[in-house]
Structure formats: C-alpha cells, structure tokens
Design a protein around this ligand. Structure first.
Ligand code: SF4
Length: 147
C-alpha cells in the first residue's frame, strides 16, 4: 500500500468503507485516519494507519481483482495498492519515484505500507490526535480508546 500524505484530506471515507465492508464494530478499526496537530505551524496533518493484525488489504476483494475498499473509497487517490513483488508494478515505480518509505515509529503498524511526504514527527505523534469531547459519541474513535 502506498499512502500519499500530500493528497490525504482526512475525510475518513477510507476507514468508513473498511468498517462497512468488514462489519467492524463501533470503536474498532482495521484502518483509521489520525488527525495530528502540526508541531511546526498551525494546521492538521492526516495520517492513515493500517492495523498489523486485522488489515489484510482487502483479501476478500482481491479474489475478484478488486482494490481494497479503502482505496476504492478515497476521493483524492491518496491510496494506491498493488503487488510490490510484480515486475514493473505501478505502485513500486511510484513509490520509488516519490521516495516513499515505511512509517518510522515504535507503534505497531503494517510495515508494508509506504508513505509519501512522511515527516520526522509523524511516527511518535500517532497517539496525540485531536482532543475531542468525551460526550461526542459520533467521533469518539478519534480519541484512540480502542483499535
Ligand atoms: S479516503 Fe483518502 S483522502 Fe480520505 S482520509 Fe482516507 S486516505 Fe485520506
């Protein structure tokens, strides 16, 4: 999986599609998108993450030649999926051209996800998130309680 952070607008379409596709219970995620306050200037950076135990890159869809639900749902083409082992694969060429690399973090994430425009602070900021009200049950997942 290739994630172009320059394109991600933090819309959560990917994580909602994943949850719907796999009937993931409320509060749990196979993949999710963190909203991280920037440490260097005002603003938010959006960081899609893929759970190392539960995300299988849409194996159920691959049987039919379909992309993972998250990739299909992304409105900005921030997610690119392909067989990195295949000769001349677009995802491999794109990753190389854009100097994509795995997330540098001590947190467990899928190691075969490569990020374009990763910044030094991303890896350790994963758990910071945006502070939200505990009463706001619609968006409580952003508080990182589970999943
Ligand atoms: S659907 Fe695409 S743009 Fe929206 S949060 Fe996910 S990766 Fe980012």
């Amino acid at each position: 999986m290739l994630v172009d952070l320059r394109r991600c607008i933090g819309c959560h379409a990917c994580s909602v599609a994943c949850k719907t596709e796999h009937r993931v219970p409320l509060g749990e995620f196979r993949m999710r998108v963190r909203w991280l306050p920037r440490p260097d200037r005002p603003g938010i950076s959006f960081l899609p993450l893929f759970h190392p135990d539960t995300c299988d890159f849409g194996a159920n869809r691959a049987r039919y030649g379909l992309a993972p639900a998250c990739v299909d749902a992304c409105p900005t083409d921030a997610l690119v999926f392909g067989d990195g082992a295949a000769a001349g694969a677009t995802v491999t060429r794109t990753a190389k051209r854009l100097s994509a690399k795995p997330l540098e973090t001590s947190t467990r994430t899928r190691a075969d996800v490569l990020y374009v425009s990763q910044e030094d602070w991303h890896g350790e900021a994963i758990h910071s998130g945006v502070e939200l009200s505990p009463e706001d049950t619609d968006i409580i997942y952003e508080q990182g309680r589970r999943g």
